[in-house]
Design a protein. Structure first.
Length: 132
C-alpha cells in the first residue's frame, strides 16, 4: 500500500490518491503493531498532505511519525521526520518551534558527520546554511 502511495504521489503527482493508500497502510500497521512501518507510512502521509498544502494535518502526521521513530533505532526516518516537521511548523507560522526542530536535526546530522561516509559533509553544509 505504501508503494502505491509513493507511486501515486511521486510518479503520478496525485497526493490525494496517495493519502488514501497511506491511510490503508496506517490502519494495517496499527492493527499489526508494526511501529517502524507505521512511522514510515505516517511520514509519507505527512509528505502527501504537505504537498496538498494541508500543513496542519501534515504536522500531525509528522509529529506522530517522529514520536514512533524516536522510540526505535530508525535514524534515517527520525531525522527526516524532524526536518519535515520543522518545515511544516514554519509554514504554520510557528517559527520558534520550527527552529527547535531544525536545531535538533542539525545536531543529529553533525554527530553523524563525525563518522559519516564520504559526501556527508556536503549535505551537512547545506543543512548548516539553511538553519544557522
Amino acid at each position: 500500500l505504501c508503494i502505491l502511495g509513493d507511486l501515486s504521489h511521486r510518479r503520478q503527482g496525485d497526493p490525494v490518491l496517495a493519502c488514501s493508500y497511506y491511510d490503508e497502510a496506517i490502519a494495517a500497521w496499527r492493527e499489526q503493531g508494526n511501529r517502524t512501518r507505521l512511522a514510515a507510512a505516517l511520514h509519507e502521509r505527512g509528505n502527501a498532505l504537505y504537498a496538498q498544502g494541508d500543513d496542519a494535518r501534515a504536522r500531525e502526521a509528522y509529529a506522530e511519525a517522529l514520536e514512533l521513530f524516536d522510540q526505535s533505532d530508525e535514524a534515517y526516518g527520525r531525522d527526516f521526520a524532524r526536518m519535515n516537521l520543522g518545515s511544516t511548523l514554519l509554514h504554520l507560522g510557528r517559527a520558534a518551534e520550527a527552529r527547535s526542530r531544525f536545531r535538533e536535526a542539525l545536531a543529529l546530522y553533525r554527530r553523524k558527520a563525525e563518522g559519516g561516509p564520504g559526501g556527508w559533509n556536503r549535505e551537512r553544509r547545506s543543512v548548516d546554511e539553511g538553519i544557522v
